[in-house]
Ligand binder design. Structure first.
Ligand code: FAD
Length: 467
């Protein structure tokens, strides 16, 4: 039986990054993956294909709707959905192939097959052709998550689908009903709306992206509505029924109990994801789960069995690729005797709609609930020269800073390229910068990132120079 210092189960961004960091630190590492491609949800059916679709659909949408404002007229434009889908597939093949390269480069042995615990140190890997057993002095559970559904709603993967199927549809939906106004629901709504589908989003909360700062949801709602997405907010879905090529969705208005019936050809259920531990045999290793089906871990991401760790979507916290990656690195370094640390308050959240939405740190709602005294500084996209040059006008950057010390406590932005711009806010907060520190930092002109500087100046003491 092959023996390793570390066996990592799952090759998503948590697992593969953990394996690489372990190898860098001199450990002998194995990684186990049940699918034939590495990279997990993120690379195969998550972050990467969704961004590839968003990019292609944005190009099409721009050509159809906004190029004319730049004096570019195009006729005979044709959407080839098949070519678009094949490009996305190729992107996935390329990036997952890249992980194979990284495994080889770092001398990490890959075992393909379903991994399950035989005991607390042995993992059985059941592959297509053979079943092998491997031993790890330490084991890292990085098995990720799967889409969840609503009680009574059956995903048939044909007409009633999850994000996984929505990323590989054979045809463009005529009418898509999306259940869930969170990140995944809105990103995929944007893709299909831009390509020409009629899209209705049904959301139980009274706002979209309800966990983010309220101002962001309000602005995004306004823009997406203008782009033609219909919203039924404050509506709870009571029934989803597929008959042939038709899907019927019934939803009840929370306020007055009135019922709405929607008809479409596809229904995307995007109501969140659940940790994935099926078939893992956690009981054989004596690993405990919490009351929400997640692998229970302490602050070092150790389970109740000290040499077994867990990271990423399968444990508590935000279900994000970069959170999983940070945890992979933390576990590797902790196992090597180092003292790593993650500040979970500084894990940014991004929505890749257009305009993009990004945030880090505390929301106004959280600061109010904590009774913390804070000040705000905002800068509107309309006042940005760079945004004007690109015909962009939606959005703003809002900085929240401590009322006395001026330390930045949260940054919430919606607008062009915010997904990239948020990194500056994260870095500033990692170094516990004040709003004035950022306000006094030279930002190249004209750039979108000047909006961050201006919002910081506004937060410092209303010193914004361009608004
Ligand atoms: P996963 O990526 O889920 O990987 C787990 C791996 O473990 C899988 O490959 C699985 O096959 C394997 N596995 C499970 N059980 C076993 C077993 N018993 N034996 C062997 N292998 C096993 N996050 C972002 O940060 N940015 C985004 O833009 C973003 N976009 C997304 C878009 C969509 C449509 C979706 C669905 C998700 C998106 N996410 C995004 C979330 C992100 O994909 C996840 O947070 C991330 O993949 C979690 O990483 P992980 O390593 O914990 O698990």
């Amino acid at each position: 039986m092959k023996e390793f210092d570390v066996v990592v189960i799952g090759s998503g961004p948590g697992g593969y990054v953990c394996a690489i960091r372990c190898a860098q630190l001199g450990m002998k590492v194995a990684i186990v993956e049940k699918y034939k491609t590495l990279g997990g949800t993120c690379l195969n059916v998550g972050c990467i294909p969704s961004k590839a679709w968003l990019d292609s659909s944005e190009k099409y949408h721009e050509l159809m709707h906004s190029f004319k404002d730049h004096g570019i007229a195009a006729s005979g434009v044709k959407l080839d959905f098949g070519v678009m889908r094949d490009r996305v597939k190729k992107v996935v093949t390329d990036v997952t192939g890249g992980i194979n390269f990284l495994m080889k480069k770092n001398k990490i042995e890959v075992f393909y097959g379903m991994g399950s615990f035989k005991d607390a140190n042995t993992v059985i890997v059941k592959g297509d052709k053979e079943t092998v057993e491997i031993k790890g002095s330490k084991i890292v559970i990085a098995t990720g998550s799967k889409p969840s559904t609503l009680p009574g709603v059956t995903i048939d993967k044909d007409r009633v689908i999850t994000s996984t199927e929505a990323l590989v549809l054979k045809e463009l939906p005529k009418k898509l009903i999306v259940i869930g106004g969170g990140v995944i629901g809105l990103e995929l709504s944007s893709v299909y709306r831009r390509l020409g589908s009629e899209v209705t989003v049904v959301e139980y909360a009274d706002s979209i992206i309800a966990t983010m700062d309220a101002g962001l949801g309000k602005e995004l709602h306004k823009v997406l509505k203008r782009d033609g997405i219909e919203f039924l907010l404050g509506h709870g879905v009571t029934e989803v029924k597929a008959t042939g090529k038709k899907v019927t969705v019934k939803a009840k208005n929370k306020a007055d109990n009135s019922e709405v019936t929607l008809e479409g050809d596809y229904c995307l259920v995007a109501v969140g994801r659940r940790p994935y531990t099926e078939g893992l045999g956690l009981d054989k290793a004596g690993v405990k789960m919490d009351d929400r089906g997640r692998v229970d871990t302490n602050s070092h991401l150790q389970t109740n069995v000290p040499h077994i760790y867990a990271i990423g979507d399968v444990i508590k916290g935000a279900m994000l690729a970069h959170k999983a990656e940070e945890e992979g690195v933390l576990v590797a370094e902790y196992m090597a005797g180092q003292k790593p640390h993650i500040d979970y308050n500084l894990i940014p959240g991004v929505v890749y709609t257009w305009p993009e939405v990004a945030a880090v740190g505390k929301t106004e709602e959280q600061l109010k609930a904590e009774g913390r005294e804070y000040k705000t500084g905002s800068f509107k996209t309309t006042a940005s020269g760079r945004a004007r040059a690109s015909n962009e006008s939606d959005g703003f950057v809002k900085v929240l800073a401590d009322k006395k010390t001026d330390e930045i406590l949260g940054v919430h932005m919606i607008g062009p390229r915010c997904a990239d711009m948020i990194a500056e806010a994260v870095l500033a907060m990692e170094f516990r910068a004040s709003a004035e520190d950022v306000g006094r930092t030279s930002h190249a002109h004209p750039t979108y990132s000047e909006s961050m500087k201006e919002a910081c100046l506004a937060a410092t003491d209303k010193r914004s120079l361009n608004s």
